[in-house]
Design a protein around this ligand. Structure first.
Ligand SMILES: C[S@@+](CC[C@H](N)C(=O)[O-])C[C@H]1O[C@@H](n2cnc3c(N)ncnc32)[C@H](O)[C@@H]1O
Ligand code: SF4
Ligand code: SF4
Length: 387
């Protein structure tokens, strides 16, 4: 098939720019690295923060959950049980992804995760190899399996395209271990040192709930002590009740607007003082604190999630089935799916239509879905919406 020359985020941004009266260049997927734009986000970044090749919007992002299995039982986790495709089916999906991005004239970033992806180490290695030399790959892992399989890290390092490994850090030792499991904090930091020493780029992610929102500065301090002047990436995102954590008890652990806002403010203040950190600022709602730091999410624009059975979701936290990556035509799914098309329409979220931040925000659709059942409802944490 001939290459297509569409650019979904361009119409979205240009329409939104017209509405807002802002000058938005419309060339990037998450409003970073702009040229002739009112939101010159690059000016907000420090030299210690890795600039990803995909930040110009040329990469399509696949978050690929290859297993539900895990050694931990984190309280907030969306983890479920169910069918897990075998390697041959996963390799078939990898082939289809390559054809898809070739047709769309995009590069591909594949983030392998779970569950714990390193419980399927041979699958990780086969998949990364099968994706070839041009696809950037990352892992989201606990790192724990690296301790019991010392030969695994050099085998991962031999994969030229596996560039970055991200772990979770949900607080100082007592907070992190209470959310995750006893010993998890120390195991994670040891694994972080191992992969850093092996030459991987490393990243930490904090999942924010009532259990740990007050620890956000401490997490930054721990990361700072660990990394020193090395290249670093630290993000945080909101706990979104879904999968096995969509219970009344867990939902009561979602931060209030005020708690979330306070955590964002603390992270932003830390960033201003230290000159790095908090890459998670480039997310919906963060524009309310710093218009240069906001970014609309990639759902419907430049990314999809694949589940262990091949089911495709817009995002792991937005469990609306769009089809199956093994059985369906990916290009048709991407172009024709009515849910994705609604996501691309800037007027789909009534609560955001007249907001000045629409083109760099429109809230988190997964959070709206989790808290109201309506993916196009208002973001439950938007503190502007109530004012
Ligand atoms: C599913 S885990 C997979 C990688 C690895 N097991 C880990 O915990 O880092 C990836 C990230 O998703 C986060 N996560 C899990 N369930 C979540 C939920 N319901 N809402 C928001 N984030 C969630 C985890 O805290 C972790 O940072
Ligand atoms: S958040 Fe990660 S480590 Fe925790 S149970 Fe879920 S998949 Fe496992
Ligand atoms: S109203 Fe919508 S676009 Fe505006 S800040 Fe709130 S969530 Fe973002």
């Amino acid at each position: 098939m001939d290459k297509l020359t569409f650019d979904f985020h361009k119409p979205f941004r240009l329409q939104a720019a017209t509405n807002s009266g802002k000058n938005v260049c419309g060339t990037c997927s998450s409003c970073r690295g702009c040229r002739s734009c009112d939101y010159d986000c690059k000016s907000n970044r420090s030299q210690n923060e890795p600039q990803d090749p995909g930040e110009d919007g040329s990469e399509f992002y696949i978050q690929w959950h290859i297993t539900h299995r895990c050694t931990q039982q984190c309280k907030h986790c969306y983890g479920e049980t169910g069918l897990e495709l075998g390697d041959n089916d996963l390799l078939r999906i990898a082939e289809k992804l390559l054809t898809f991005v070739e047709t769309c004239d995009r590069k591909l970033l594949v983030v392998l995760t779970g569950g714990e992806p390193l419980l399927r180490p041979e699958t990780v290695i086969r998949l990364v190899k099968s994706l070839g030399a041009t696809v950037r790959c990352e892992l989201l892992s606990t790192g724990h399996p690296l301790h019991s399989s010392p030969d695994l890290l050099p085998r991962l390092k031999a994969l030229q395209t596996l560039k970055r490994i991200q772990f979770s850090l949900d607080g100082p030792r007592s907070v992190h271990d209470a959310i995750r499991s006893p010993g998890s904090f120390d195991s994670t930091l040891q694994a972080l040192k191992l992969v850093g020493d092996a030459g991987f780029e490393t990243a930490l992610m904090m999942t924010l709930s009532k259990r740990n929102a007050a620890s956000i500065v401490e997490v930054h301090e721990i990361a700072n002590d660990l990394w020193g002047n090395a290249r670093k990436r630290l993000g945080f995102d909101r706990f979104t009740p879904c999968g096995q954590s969509a219970t009344k008890e867990e939902t009561s652990q979602v931060c209030t607007k005020e708690e979330f806002k306070a955590a964002c403010e603390a992270a932003l203040a830390w960033r201003a003082k230290h000159g790095w950190g908090n890459n998670g600022m480039f997310r919906p709602l963060h524009c309310l604190l710093d218009p240069e730091a906001g970014a609309a999410c990639s759902v419907g624009i430049s990314g999809l999630t694949i589940m262990p059975d091949g089911v495709v979701y817009p995002c792991r936290r937005l469990p609306v089935s769009l089809g199956n990556a093994l059985h369906d035509d990916l290009l048709e799914l991407w172009l024709e799916n009515s849910f994705l098309n609604k996501m691309r329409n800037p007027t789909s979220v009534a609560a955001c239509v007249s907001c000045q931040h629409l083109h760099i925000c429109r809230g988190c659709r997964a959070a709206a879905y989790a808290m109201s059942g309506d993916a196009f409802g208002s973001d439950p944490h938007c503190w502007q919406a109530s004012s």
